[in-house]
Each structure stands twice: as structure tokens, then as C-alpha cells.
Design a protein around this ligand. Structure first.
Ligand code: AGP
Length: 617
């Protein structure tokens, strides 16, 4: 998830683009760049770091003149954050310029083809491949920029929002969208146009905007109506012009009240983005390059040790169940902070998987260094490309959750479980611990998860009603079994960290060994009782709670009949493979903690005493 901006009109473009990028920094902030056309030539400056770094760099590098330009603030996916990989990218001739938000899945195939035609590449990005493909088509078929973009995009697999400029035709900008948002602000009498990932960069200039739909491109030219066309067949689209209602803060939060709620609702897209280029269910293929490149090490590993902190540790716990269930590889899950000082026994035959959203958590970083010093192979699962942990590993893979602004981790958790589950399935196939028929079934079911999460998010109002009943609770217990024991721990952590209510997660069977003493008519107990997860055992646990008047909020599989009769509140999740249920059961728990915290007037996005990334011991 990156932020792109652009301007074409009669005003000086520089301040509009730079201020627009600052407003979009919540979308990505690891590098930034700008291109201005000063009437004669392209002025381009880009740098690693925040937009403020770019402002410094621009001072010495380019004139800030020009009435047309594009800008970009990056959230790296392909190519670590550095000056070369920052956007904008130029085509080989230097005539075409592009800024891009999204992921081109088939970029390496396209790149090989272009290399065979004499193209060379300066960066590691998928974006530079796209702009050279556009240039190749423009030259080969001698077509206009709009047509070249349309033809090129018909060869692309993936997600994109792009803005393209051609210095040989400096009175237009071409934009296109598939999967990533792009808005076009329309100035009075078409004298100027604003381009951005959302309306926040131009809200003070115009209230009229076109939101491009998927598979649409637009040719934006000063003095005339925006020309919107279908990418597939170049057919004309009569695009709606919307009058903007939202204020700035609302736009940045996408109309949601808090970043946490926005990020909860982003999970279908985040999981889909984490699938991109890795899960090809129809072909029955999982392809995670870091894993493929080190498959022999994984297959010869005596055990896998997972190190992490907080929510990432909970994702690691779910992975313990999936790796052992699917791939029959022994797994140990360690709190990084304990692992680093416990003088653990580690050998070269061990694989250490380090999980971190931020990639900057000090304890996890130290645990990695320790493991490497003892000869273990370290594989990282991170969300921030180029982060310290990502750089410290021997290899790794990225979750594509996009920037997570809310301190309470939500979409990072589900994308961590997603990528770790894909790894477990892939290893099962490589080890032959899963038949190809069963493998295909699991991949097809996995592919349905984003849609099931989307469907499940419709329970929001129901969960809000339950939250209203328990917002004044002083304690809360979360119970789960098997794959959903870690989800119970995660649910308790979410409630603790944003509502400040004391909460504990437990394996359901452990309740009888102590926590059952806490139960009375004031104690809400969240119990995860999915149909295929030791259901009968969990039903008995629920009856034990009921007989002590505990208040039960049960998360069950749709169509459940038994728990419905016992529990005080029932939240249904769609049917799926038991191993995949943590991707669904965690959603109502995220929403419950969110609504309770809002009703207690807590600062949901920046809870007291907490930081998004714990870079100290
Ligand atoms: C989770 O909501 C918290 N923000 C915290 O527990 C977090 O998961 C932990 O600090 C680990 O962070 P990391 O994933 O960035 O390493």
C-alpha cells in the first residue's frame, strides 16, 4: 500500500504534490519521490525515508517549477526501501515516468522478455518493469500513451493504481486502476486536475472527484472532461463525478472512526494481497520464493523454533499447530525475550522462524542474532520490507498487510497466519505428508477465506450489541482448543491492550485447573467452539461455566444447534477447514475488544503505555 499523487493545471505543482504526499504517509512512509515537468524537461528527485527527507533532497536536486507532476510515498513490497527502488521510475529512454501502488505478480516473466529485447533495469522493482513494457508497446505499435498503457495492462497480472507521464506529450497524465484506489479531483472548468490514492491531498481545492473503478483507465488532459475507458477493450465509460462529503481525518481513516476498525475491515484485501503470486489454487500450486529457495534446509530440519513477541507470538502458536498437523515437523514457540537469555540449545539442524509485524522489535532481533550465532538458519516473516529483522535473517517472506497504524495488531495477525499456513501446506506437499487431492482441496478452501472474512464482518453490529452489555466488566476469560487456543490468547490481549480490562486466554480444558474459580454471574467468558475443533469437549466446558452462572459469548460454526441452547450470546462464523478457522474466529474477538474500548472512551489507536514497535528491551 503506497500513496500516489499528481497534478496537471495552472498552479505550481510542487507544493500540491508534496503536501499531498504528507497526507498520504499513513499509506506508506519508507521512501518518497516526485517528478515535475518544467516545460522543457523532467525534474525527478526521490529518496529513502519520509517525505520530509524528500523536501530536503529536492532543495539541491531539482527546480520546483512546473504545472504538471506526480509524486509517491512508498510501502515497499518488491525491492527494499532505498533511493533506487523509490518511485517515480523512468523508462529506458527517460521519456516515460510512472508511480505505482500495488503488486505486479508476473513481473519477473515480463522482465525476462524485456531483457531479451535489450532493456536494462536500475531497480529491483516490479514497477520499473511495467514502465518499460509500456514504452516497448508504445514504440512497437506506434500508439499514443493511453493506448500503450491499456495494451500493457492487459499483459499484467496483479494489482495496481498507476500514474504515467510522457515528456513527449506533456499535456496529459494517464492513470489506471485494478485493486488499488485512485481518485481524480476535477478543477473548475477542467482547468486543473488532481490525482491521488484518496481525496485527502486535494480536498481543499475541489469537492468534485471521480473514483476510478477496477479495470478502468483515464486520460487526463487540461481543458477537457476526463476520458475514462475500460482496460479490457478500450470502451468508453461514463464515470460518475462524486461530491466529496468527508473531512480530512475521515478520509485518512477511509471513513472509519479509527485506524483499528479500518484495519479490521482491510483484512479480506490484506489476506488476498498476501496470496498474490504465492497461492495459485486452480493450478494447485503454492510458491513462496524464500521457502522454495531453501526447501532442502526445511525438509532436513530436525525442528522449527518460532521466536516472536505479543500478537506475532500468537500467530507463531497457530503455526505450531499447522506445521505439526500438515508437515509433521516438530515446532517449538518461544517468547523472544525469554529465548535470548535462556541459553537455549540450538543446532545447525534447527530452523528458526522469526515473526514480526514491524521488523524492529528488539527482543526478536536479539533472538535472531543468538540463533544465527549458534548456526541455525533463520527465516523471517515480516510486514515491513527492509526492516532490521528482515535484513538480519538468512531468508524470509513478507506479509502484505500494508501499513498497520493502529497499535493493536489486527490485519498483521491474520496475514501472518495466512503466510505461515501456506508454508505449512507447501512443506506438507514437499514432504508427501499430504496427498495431492487433499492438498488441492486445502488450497481451494484457503482461496475462499477472504470472501468468508468479508461475509463475517457483517456481524459488526451484533458484536457491538454484545459489547454494550459487557463494557463495564472488570475481568474476562477467553477459552479455545487446538488451533483456536492461540486465538483465545490473542482475543484476551486485544481486550487488555485497548480497553484496559483484565483478560486471560486459556486452553479450554485448563479452565478446571484454576480459572474456573474466577467464574461468577459478572464474568463474561468468550468460548471458541468450532464444529470440527474438539467440539464435544468444548460443549462440556461451556456447561461447566453455565453451571457457575458465567456469561458465555460463544463463537461457533454457522448452523450450530447445541451451543446456541446454552450460551448467552452466539456469534456464527462460516464453515471452513479447522486449521483455517483462526482466520475467522479472531474477527469477532477483534470487533468485541474494539467496541468495548470505544464505549469506554479509550484511545483505541494509541492505547496508554503501548508503542506500535517495541525497539527497546
Ligand atoms: C499487538 O497488538 C501489540 N502491538 C504487540 O503485542 C505486538 O504484537 C508486539 O510488540 C510484537 O510486535 P512486532 O510484531 O512488530 O514484532
Amino acid at each position: 500500500m503506497c500513496g500516489i499523487t499528481g497534478y496537471i493545471g495552472y498552479r505550481n505543482a510542487y507544493p500540491i504534490i508534496i503536501n499531498g504526499l504528507k497526507r498520504l504517509e499513513y499509506r506508506g512512509y519508507d521512501s518518497a519521490g516526485i517528478m515535475l515537468f518544467d516545460g522543457e524537461d523532467i525534474q525527478l528527485s526521490k529518496t529513502k525515508g519520509k517525505v520530509s527527507n524528500l523536501e530536503e533532497k529536492v532543495k539541491d536536486e531539482i527546480s520546483k517549477k512546473g504545472f504538471i507532476g506526480v509524486g509517491h510515498t512508498r510501502w515497499a513490497t518488491h525491492g527494499i526501501p532505498n533511493d533506487v527502488n523509490s518511485h517515480p521510475h523512468l523508462s529506458q529512454s527517460g521519456n516515460l515516468v510512472i508511480v505505482h501502488n500495488g503488486i505486479i505478480e508476473n513481473y519477473s516473466t515480463l522482465k525476462q522478455e524485456l531483457i531479451s529485447r535489450g532493456y536494462t533495469f536500475k531497480s529491483d522493482t516490479d514497477t520499473e518493469v511495467l514502465i518499460n513494457l509500456i514504452e516497448e508497446i508504445k514504440n512497437q505499435y506506434d500508439v499514443k500513451l493511453g493506448k500503450a498503457v491499456q495494451l500493457a495492462l492487459n499483459q499484467v497480472v496483479g494489482a495496481y493504481a498507476i500514474s504515467v507521464f510522457d515528456k513527449t506529450k506533456p499535456d496529459e497524465i494517464v492513470v489506471a486502476r485494478l485493486g488499488s484506489p485512485i481518485a481524480i479531483g476535477i478543477g473548475k472548468d477542467f482547468k486543473e486536475f488532481f490525482i491521488a490514492s484518496d481525496a485527502s491531498p486535494f480536498i481543499e481545492y475541489t469537492k468534485d472527484a471521480i473514483y476510478l473503478e477496477d479495470e478502468e483507465l483515464a486520460i487526463i488532459k487540461k481543458g477537457r472532461k476526463v476520458n475514462v475507458r475500460k482496460i479490457k477493450d478500450d470502451s468508453l465509460v461514463d464515470a460518475d463525478v462524486h461530491e466529496l462529503q468527508l473531512n480530512l481525518e475521515q478520509i485518512e481513516k477511509g471513513g472509519y472512526e479509527h485506524f483499528m476498525l479500518k484495519e479490521i475491515y482491510e483484512q479480506p484485501r490484506a489476506i488476498t494481497d498476501t496470496f498474490r503470486g504465492r497461492l495459485l489454487a486452480k493450478e494447485g500450486i503454492i510458491k513462496i520464493s524464500g521457502l522454495e529457495n531453501n526447501m532442502k534446509k526445511f525438509l532436513n530440519a530436525e525442528r522449527i523454533i518460532i521466536v516472536a513477541c505479543g500478537t506475532s507470538w500468537h500467530a507463531g502458536l497457530v503455526a505450531e499447530y499447522t506445521f505439526e498437523e500438515f508437515a509433521r515437523i516438530p515446532v517449538e514457540v518461544e517468547y523472544a525475550s525469554e529465548f535470548r537469555y535462556r541459553n537455549p540449545i540450538i543446532t545447525e539442524k534447527d530452523i528458526v522462524i522469526a515473526i514480526s509485524q514491524s521488523g524492529e522489535t528488539a527482543d526478536t532481533l536479539a533472538a535472531i542474532k543468538l540463533a544465527r550465532s549458534k548456526g541455525a538458519f533463520v527465516f523471517g516473516v515480516c510486514n515491513v520490507v527492509g526492516s532490521s529483522i528482515a535484513r538480519e535473517n538468512d531468508s524470509g517472506t513478507y506479509t502484505h498487510a500494508g501499513p498497520e497504524i493502529g497499535v493493536a495488531s489486527t490485519k498483521a495477525f491474520t496475514t501472518q497466519i495466512t503466510i505461515l499456513t501456506l508454508m505449512a501446506l507447501r512443506l506438507a506437499r514437499a514432504k508427501g505428508t499430504m496427498t495431492s487431492a487433499n492438498y488441492r482441496l486445502h488450497l481451494q478452501e484457503m482461496e475462499l477465506i477472504p470472501r468468508k472474512v468479508e461475509q463475517l464482518l457483517k456481524i459488526n453490529e451484533k458484536v457491538k450489541d454484545i459489547a454494550r452489555i459487557y463494557k463495564d466488566a472488570t475481568n474476562c476469560l477467553y477459552l479455545g482448543r487446538g488451533f483456536n487456543f492461540p486465538v483465545a490468547l490473542e482475543g484476551a490481549l486485544k481486550l487488555k491492550e485497548i480497553s484496559y480490562i483484565h483478560a486471560e486466554g486459556y486452553p479450554a480444558a485448563e479452565m478446571k485447573h484454576g480459572p474456573i474459580a474466577l467464574i461468577d454471574e459478572k464474568m463474561p467468558i468468550v468460548v471458541i467452539a468450532t464444529s470440527k475443533g474438539h467440539y464435544d469437549k468444548v460443549v462440556s466446558n461451556i456447561q461447566e461455566i453455565k453451571s457457575r452462572n458465567g456469561k458465555i459469548i460463544a463463537v461457533v460454526t454457522e448452523g450450530d444447534k447445541i451451543v446456541k441452547e446454552i450460551a448467552d450470546h452466539v456469534i456464527e462464523i462460516p464453515e471452513t477447514e479447522e486449521a483455517f478457522t483462526p482466520l475467522l474466529t479472531t474477527i469477532p474477538l477483534q470487533l468485541l475488544s474494539y467496541h468495548i474500548a470505544v464505549m469506554r472512551n479509550c484511545n483505541v489507536d494509541q492505547p496508554r503505555n503501548l508503542a506500535k514497535s517495541v525497539t527497546v528491551e
